[in-house]
Design a protein around this ligand. Structure first.
Ligand code: AQP
Length: 336
């Protein structure tokens, strides 16, 4: 008798990025680079999370541009819409629908403890809205809808990912196995790239000081200039050591883009000043990002292709995520 074997399920990956400005070197090394690397090994879902972005007030014209350019940049970083499902969050209605349900399984106390909420409330004291508070339950919905096994993010998102697991565990314990518990995937190096102007703070695309971050699309001269201005210390010694936040940050960036170890870097710049080191980091980063800039320009010249890709991506994402949402509706007792 012939036996038909069920095809093995490929593990699933989900991640998203906010269109809140031009993505930075931090977004690239902490997230996008990993997304591209992992896309063949996993059934991958990557999206531009525009619904998360409105937790901070956005100018509509700039926002529209940032969403499209964020999508183009995602492809330019090597995420291939033929191999990964690439879409825009607000095009897939299940995200908002599951987020509401998960809000009812998330405790006020849990959300109050989130450091991103505390940081962003401090940064925008005139707009501490409910969406900003409930940001993590929308993120949980994004991830759980696709039954993701793995979520590649920077370490700043670790707390949100742990909360996603707590929400899923709580739901599963009440209704039986419904959601896959996702694990975080944090790059060994580059998981937290720090601001060039205040190396105790993470590099952020919405930083008011443009010298604090390197945008993926900055040209070579701008990148080199920003690294030359990077805040370091007065020791003039390129060594990785506690307390040397600025130099540690530059060394970790240089190490990721060149593949050199810290010992090799220390040797290379032994007896040289910070000027030489900063120039080398700037040049290496500019070169590393050059192909992405070129790909981006090509994609932005073909808006019809981008549109086709994000529509197809949303169609597939809706089909897959609707299965999870239907299951949830049934479990909680909604009638069809
Ligand atoms: N500095 C960073 N180093 C490493 N990874 C980082 N990520 C962000 N900053 C760094 C990772 O990039 C992914 C997308 O982030 P996001 O845009 O969704 O949200 P964010 O963490 O709030 O990023 P920004 O740049 O700081 O945006 P704004 O300024 O709008 O708040 C995530 O995986 C994140 O970990």
């Amino acid at each position: 008798m012939e036996t038909t074997q069920k095809p093995e399920r490929k593990p699933v990956i989900f991640s998203g990025i906010q269109p809140t400005g031009i993505m930075t070197l931090g977004n690239y090394l902490g997230a996008l680079k990993q997304w591209a690397m992992l896309q063949d090994e996993y059934d991958s879902y990557y999206c531009i999370v525009d619904m998360h972005a409105i937790t901070i007030r956005q100018d509509p014209a700039a926002f529209r541009k940032n969403i499209l350019s964020g999508y183009a940049l995602m492809l330019a970083c090597g995420i291939d819409p033929q191999r990964s499902t690439t879409f825009i969050q607000s095009h897939v209605k299940t995200h908002a629908e599951l987020a509401w349900i998960l809000n009812c399984y998330t405790q006020f106390g849990e959300l109050s403890r989130m450091t991103q909420f505390k940081d962003k409330s401090q940064k925008h004291p005139d707009n501490i809205n409910v969406g900003l508070f409930a940001y993590p339950s929308l993120m949980a919905a994004d991830i759980l809808l696709y039954q993701a096994d793995l979520v590649p993010v920077g370490v700043d998102q670790k707390q949100h990912l742990e909360l996603t697991r707590d929400i899923a565990t709580r739901f599963n314990s009440v209704y039986g196995n419904t959601f896959t518990l996702p694990d975080g995937y944090y790059p060994k190096a580059g998981a937290k790239i720090m601001s060039l102007q205040d190396p105790t703070k993470k590099m952020s695309k919405s930083d008011e000081n443009v010298n604090a971050f390197v945008a993926i699309l900055d040209d070579q001269d701008t990148i080199i200039r920003k690294f030359k201005r990077a805040v370091t210390d007065s020791e003039a010694q390129v060594v990785y050591r506690e307390g040397k936040d600025g130099i540690n940050n530059l060394m970790s960036i240089y190490s990721v883009v060149t593949g050199k170890t810290y010992e090799e870097i220390e040797k290379e710049f032994d007896g040289k000043g910070y000027g030489d080191f900063k120039l080398a980091v700037g040049e290496a980063v500019a070169e590393h990002l050059r192909p992405i800039r070129e790909n981006y320009a090509r994609y932005m010249n073909d808006k019809a292709y981008l549109e086709e890709c994000y529509h197809k991506g949303a169609e597939k994402a809706l089909k897959v995520s609707q299965r999870t949402l239907d299951k949830v509706h049934k479990k909680i007792g909604f009638i069809r």
